[in-house]
Write a protein that binds this ligand. Structure first.
Ligand SMILES: Nc1ncnc2c1ncn2[C@@H]1O[C@H](COP(=O)(O)OP(=O)(O)OP(=O)(O)O)[C@@H](O)[C@H]1O
Ligand SMILES: [Mg+2]
Length: 256
């Protein structure tokens, strides 16, 4: 469970990132966060694993405050949170296997990791994670030899190998075409349903959001302006979130 307790964030230059966000995300939900560019989607997501520090309020992960945690507590909470980025964040010159294995880093001593000594069992976990995203045959290729969609699925496998309970994905399909978007989103749904990993995903396209979300959170200028089941997120709701009528730019149009 992820809980925001009256969370606000003001950046050092005075820009407001989040304002009085108060909500709870239960285990197994597939939450999609939408809003205009600059609405605070990344700030929201990155606050959850403390890539950004909030300036007010508290965020709890399974009843433990991540905003107050430090040292090994913070480390352990973070281990439960996998992160997926628009640009994949892979080590491009390393093998697919190496990249997925890096999801295991949180389970071992620093020294062991500097030496690159992953136990056999980790390799089995990494292999299994790659099989889950149908990339087993790419195991020993260099990450940058894969297509964008495949690279994103390697980053999903990395989160799987991490055995995270929550996955935060910041615009995971923004740099992909419609076909590949579907594959990546289907993988996330599969993981959500089969492994019960909670998903919090920032998305730009309305039709993609509608197709995959169970719950939509709409942000505008750092404030929650909509929070409800996907069925309730009508065109009107989206217009309100965006502060303008929906235009074609917000619809990908190919994810049926
Ligand atoms: N490091 C920073 N310093 C100052 N202001 C920032 C910083 N990062 C983000 N902001 C501001 O905070 C607000 C929210 O930004 P955020 O990146 O969360 O938006 P977003 O919804 O993710 O936008 P996009 O769709 O473009 O990714 C914006 O006004 C942005 O300019
Ligand atoms: Mg963003």
């Amino acid at each position: 469970m992820i809980e925001f307790k009256n969370v606000s964030k003001v950046y050092p230059n005075g820009t407001r990132g989040l304002k009085n966000v108060d909500l709870r995300i239960d285990d197994g939900e597939f939450v999609v966060v939408v809003g205009l560019s600059g609405a605070g989607k990344s700030t929201f997501l990155r606050s959850i694993n403390r890539l950004h520090e909030v300036t007010e309020g508290e965020i709890l992960i399974n009843d433990q405050s991540i905003t107050a945690a430090s040292g090994s507590d913070l480390y352990r909470i973070r281990r439960d949170i996998g992160m997926i980025f628009q640009n994949f964040n892979l080590v491009r010159r390393s093998s697919v296997m190496r990249n997925v294995l890096s999801g295991r880093v949180g389970y071992h001593s620093t020294l062991r990791m500097i030496l690159g000594l992953f136990p056999k069992q980790d390799k089995a976990i990494a292999m299994q994670s790659l099989e889950r995203v149908n990339l087993a045959e790419k195991t020993y290729m260099r990450a940058d030899e894969l297509s964008g969609g495949q690279q994103q699925r390697v980053s999903i496998a990395r989160a799987l190998a991490q055995e995270a309970k929550f996955i935060l994905a910041d615009e995971p399909v923004a740099s992909l075409d419609p076909m590949t978007t579907k594959q990546v989103m289907d993988d996330l749904v599969y993981i959500n349903k089969e492994l019960n990993m909670t998903m919090v995903v920032n998305l730009h396209f309305i039709d993609v959001a509608r197709k995959y979300a169970t719950r939509i959170i709409g942000l505008r200028e750092g404030e929650i302006v909509f929070d409800g089941p996907v069925e309730d997120a009508t065109d009107e709701v989206f217009s309100n979130i965006y502060g303008k009528p929906i235009d074609e730019d917000e619809v990908l149009g190919a994810v049926k």
